[in-house]
Design a protein around this ligand. Structure first.
Ligand code: 76R
Length: 254
């Protein structure tokens, strides 16, 4: 049997997609809408305040297109916290005007491809690499940013089976993948979170960037890189833009 690469896990992630029932929203009395807006803003403000305490991060995005209206992203140390957040959202007055469109559960991950040494000889690893890995496991969400989320898996079929390749081949391919990725340093921040055993695909990919064209460009360029061209399979893509909780009224006013 081929050994599975070592992995390290960090924060758990919940991507919670909602649609707004716009007819019900427009029909609701002004006073009810005001309470709902205040409640939504307070709920989200409270979740985002955690970012300052290094115990997680949260953000809300306006989703463009018909797949959803809102995306709430929460990173937390435990799955239990995500479960509580999900249920406390349902207690807000605003939740009555939303339906769940989709959700995705995963856990941020680094694997042996990032650094063999980190797993085999952690004392020898320099602070730069340690900080880099720490950053991947406890991801912060940039403030004013676009987001792209999609799930992916590595292919398993005759002649194209990622899990049949030996470690060196996979490590070479991931190094090539990393080279493409690093061209986008400073433009794209990515969170790679494993969803093996947690959700329907093998990873959830979350990309953040100030310019949506950079998001399109990195995904396009990676399509030509063997790690993706030969072995990547992708689910549905969602795109949105972050807004501060105080702007819930603007979001709902259209
Ligand atoms: O961290 C590193 O620099 C090491 C190299 C690296 C690894 C091991 C790396 C770099 N990634 C790694 C792992 Mn990645 N990544 C994706 C996608 O759309 C597509 O085709 C793929 C979606 C993007 C856009 C992206 C971006 N990466 C992984 C894995 C896990 C593989 C495993 O463990 O088996 C997946 C599923 C995946 C997918 N990758 C980078 C980027 C970028 C921008 C980089 C360099 C950025 C940086 O240095 O932080």
């Amino acid at each position: 049997m081929i050994d599975a690469p070592e992995t390290d896990e960090g924060w758990f992630a919940l991507h919670d997609f909602r649609t707004v029932d716009w007819d019900a929203w427009r029909d609701a009395p002004e006073r009810d809408r005001e309470t709902a807006i205040e409640d939504a803003a307070a709920f989200q403000k409270h979740r985002e305040a955690l970012a300052r305490s290094d115990a997680g991060d949260s953000a809300v995005f306006s989703v463009t297109g018909s797949k959803a209206d809102l995306l709430f992203v929460h990173f937390r140390e435990t799955l239990d916290e995500l479960d509580r957040i999900q249920r406390s959202f349902e207690q807000t007055e605003f939740a009555a005007y939303t339906e769940r469109a989709h959700s995705y559960v995963s856990v941020s991950e680094v694997s042996g491809y990032v650094s063999d040494e980190y797993f085999t000889n952690p004392e020898e690893v320099d602070d730069g690499l340690k900080n880099y890995i720490e950053g991947k496991l406890t991801p912060e969400i940039p403030d004013d940013t676009y987001v792209s989320f999609y799930p992916m898996s590595k292919r398993r079929q005759p002649g194209q089976n990622w899990y049949d390749l030996d470690f060196e081949e996979r490590a070479d391919l991931m190094a090539g993948h990393g080279d493409v990725g690093r061209e986008y340093a400073g433009k794209i921040k990515q969170v790679i979170a494993s969803s093996v055993g947690l959700d329907d695909w093998e990873w959830g990919v979350t990309l953040f960037g100030d310019d949506p064209t950079d998001i399109k460009d990195i995904v396009y360029e990676m399509r030509f890189d063997e790690a993706s061209s030969k072995y990547g399979e992708f689910g549905d893509f969602y795109v949105g833009r972050r807004f501060p909780p105080a702007d819930f009224d603007a979001f709902l006013a259209g």
